[in-house]
Design a protein around this ligand. Sequence first.
Ligand SMILES: Nc1ncnc2c1ncn2[C@@H]1O[C@H](COP(=O)(O)OP(=O)(O)OP(=O)(O)O)[C@@H](O)[C@H]1O
Ligand SMILES: [Mg+2]
Length: 251
Amino acid sequence: MAEPIFVGRSLSCFFRGVTALKDVNFEIYAGEKVGLIGSSGAGKSTLLNLLNGKLTPTTGELQIWGKNLAALSTKQRRKVQRNIGTVYQQLNLVESLAVIHNVNAGHLGRWSFPKAAFSLIFPCDRPLAEKALQQVGIPEKIFERTSELSGGQKQRVALARVLVQDPAIILADEPISSLDPQLSQDMMDLLGELCDRQGKTLVVSLHSLEFAKSHCDRLIGLKQGEILFDSPADNVTDEQIAHLYGDSPIY
Ligand SMILES: Nc1ncnc2c1ncn2[C@@H]1O[C@H](COP(=O)(O)OP(=O)(O)OP(=O)(O)O)[C@@H](O)[C@H]1O
Ligand SMILES: [Mg+2]
C-alpha cells in the first residue's frame, strides 16, 4: 500500500490553558477527500493549521510525506508548503489590492522576489489568473479592488489563489460558509473534481453535513479537540452525528 501523505501521532495543541486538540491520531492518503466536521470550537481549524505547518503541535508528531514537519529546516519546510494550498477561514486576502494580485499570490512560493514585485505593477501570468477566476465563476472581477467584493466573492478569490498555486494537497477551512446553496454545490464540485481528475488530496472543514456526506469519502468527527469517529462517509450513523453535535461529553 502507498505511504500516507499525512501521519498524525498523538497530536495535541494547547493555547494558554485551552486544549484545542488532544491526542489525535490519523493517516491521510493521496487522493482522499476528507471532511472535518464538528461544532464550533471542536478543533477543525487547529487541525488544518497543523497540517500546513502554520501551527506546531504542543506534543506529538505530524509527518508529511514521511518527514516530521517540525524538524525540517525553514527551506525544507517552505518546499513542502509549496505543495499545500490552504483556503483559510479568514481568507487572508489583501483587501486593498486588485483581485488579480490576490490570485497571483498563489505563485509566491515559486516566483522570485523581483518577479513578485514587478507583478504588482504589471500583473504576470494573467491567463492563468483569468482561468482560475473563470473556474470559480467571477472572471469579470479580475481588476476590481478586493475590498469591494461580497463575502462569497472573496471566498472564491481565495479558492482561485489555491487553483493558481496548483498544489498536491488542498486544505479548505469552511470554504463555502459565505456561499448560497448553488454556489456551494459548484465550489464543492470543483474541489471534488480536482481530486478525482488530478489526484489531489483534499481536507476540508465543513459545517454543512449534507455537503460533507455528498462530497467527501471519509469523515473525521471532532468533538472538544478529540476524534469521536473517523470512518467512510457512508458509514457515519445518525447516532454518531447526534453525539458529535450534542452536549454530552465525548465518552
Ligand atoms: N490562537 C488561539 N489562541 C487561543 N485559543 C485558540 C486559538 N486558536 C484556537 N483556539 C481555541 O481552540 C479551540 C479550537 O478552535 P478551532 O478554531 O480549531 O475550532 P473550530 O472547530 O475551527 O471552530 P469553528 O467551527 O468555530 O471555526 C477553541 O476553544 C478556540 O477558542
Ligand atoms: Mg474553524
